[in-house]
Write a protein that binds this ligand. Sequence first.
Ligand SMILES: Nc1ncnc2c1ncn2[C@@H]1O[C@H](COP(=O)(O)OP(=O)(O)OP(=O)(O)O)[C@@H](O)[C@H]1O
Ligand code: SF4
Ligand SMILES: [Mg+2]
Length: 328
Amino acid sequence: MKMSEPPVATMVRLDIQNFTLSRGRHAVLDRVTLSLPAGRTLGLLGESGAGKSTLAMAIIGLLQAPEVGLEGSLRFDGEELVNLPETKFRALRGSRIGLIFQDASAALDPCFTIGQQICEPLKRHLGLDDEQAVQRAVDLLTSVGIPDARSRLAAYPHQLSGGMQQRVMISIALACNPELLIADEPTSALDVTIQAQIMELIMNRVRALGSSAIFVLHDLALASQVCDDIAVLYAGQIVETGPASVVLGRPLHPYTVGLRSCVVELDSEELQPLSGNVPSLSEMPDGCRFCTRCPHAIDLCAQERPPLETWDGRQVACWMVDRLMEQA
Ligand SMILES: Nc1ncnc2c1ncn2[C@@H]1O[C@H](COP(=O)(O)OP(=O)(O)OP(=O)(O)O)[C@@H](O)[C@H]1O
Ligand code: SF4
Ligand SMILES: [Mg+2]
């Protein structure tokens, strides 16, 4: 943890309240409410198309009006990010908020050397001179396991392997000691043999800096290992959120139960595999968006959206949660 910060539990780094992001008439994110305390890591889970990347992009200001409609509130250290001018976002991105994307080769600029791409934010955001920036770049690359880092500064991205490029992107994301790291599937483009190693590297750096982090992940086992908290997103709505051990250990929402069933042992009595598909945005039900696939749905589910309420140590949005808890 950074020495100047108050204890972890007292600070909310990111406070998302009733945040809705629309494309045309359709809410891709529907009244998302989430809170990320300082120093904690949150895993964002959900099927393809759930809106995980959309939320990540909105937090860093890469989706703004008029391209999309924004309502509600996204506060980073108390500062409202909804409709924040781009000039102010630029001061946050790469300094106080670090970004790691799935595809390093797309995120790194092919026209600039690794050294230029790491040193530029160090000079711009931390005010380092050329020599100091180079020294810090060498230290950063070394800390993420890049051998002979000084000579790598002159390399262009295409001269490095995918794993090395990902390490460079991690160095850039963490160069300015960000208070918040957003990592959207940081290892899924990599060979499985180095995925765990890269994830460990990111986690070591995040823990050492005391940063908060949001990880978009598909792998529930990995999420339970590296994330303090979990938020499960279904068709743009948060359906269950809370400590990872609670949400993934004893899920209550039928969608979380289904997601977990996809990875538990096949002979498990809990097996309730997900059937069907997410409805298209134009066919989304008014109430609980999971009602077209839910084995427990009642008439009310399609008509009225269940509120996110605290049950058994986590928050769940489901009309049937009390009855499901009795059965559990
Ligand atoms: N540029 C775009 N234009 C129109 N619709 C988009 C665009 N990008 C995403 N969407 C839609 O927004 C919704 C959320 O997409 P998003 O990429 O955030 O999902 P995701 O949870 O990150 O999925 P994945 O796990 O596949 O990465 C989907 O319905 C998707 O079709
Ligand atoms: S609100 Fe209804 S449809 Fe939605 S998860 Fe609960 S029981 Fe299923
Ligand atoms: Mg995505």
